[in-house]
Design a protein around this ligand. Sequence first.
Ligand SMILES: [Zn+2]
Length: 266
Amino acid sequence: MRDFTLSIYRDLLEAIYESSYSTTNVCEYLKHTSEGKWIILRHDVDRAVDRNLAMARLEHEFGISSTYYFRHVEDVFIPDAIREVSELGHEVGFHYEVMDKAKGDKEKALEIFESELSELRKYADVTTACMHGNPLASWSNRDLWRDNDFRDFGIIGEPYFSLDYSKILYLTDTGRTWADRNIRVKDVLETPSHGLNGRYGKTIKSTNDVIDLIRREEVDQICILAHPNRWCDGIAGWTKELVMQNIKNVGKAGIIKYRKIKGQDK
Ligand SMILES: [Zn+2]
């Protein structure tokens, strides 16, 4: 059976619904939650906004509110789409790539951050932001916050910095697998390889593995990052995603090798 289709995503939501987990979005989790059984759902709106809307509507059917991080790029920054996601009860967040846009100039990057954020706020309440990892750039959006504070911009949290991954299992579909295959160049967590993420990172591969894990209820808190542009039911679109991802994975493996040689891999 094909994985990463909207129907399998529905199975995943059903498994959550039947479990004793509650779901939440990033903002609500940061404001109110520390104990208990939670699944935090977040999405990066990288491209293919229609697939994001399909997922947002599906979650809404289940009464789920998750977080959608919108990039500020032409194909994604679509006011009607941003409004709809927000009106469906989801959190709209800012998926920033300002260091890339400013070519590594921090001052300029902060200016872009402020202006893009205020534009996004015309269409929804935005209180969390999450970086968009461009594996081909030599700088990281992460560097921006070494000596600046996102709270100065009314942002209460950034998933890569504000969530405690020693107690939250982090699962991402990056690279069309849930398993950590060492292909996440920028999308890496700075946590030790032991602990929750080390224990489960290698074994959870397919969405059915994620569903099994949810049914077993062994882990109290899980953050699931799904990129909706990768999830579709049409066979033509699905095949294209698969082919494109395999090409990208080969490219990323090359980048990691190169960085290791240069001693930059962290
Ligand atoms: Zn992204």
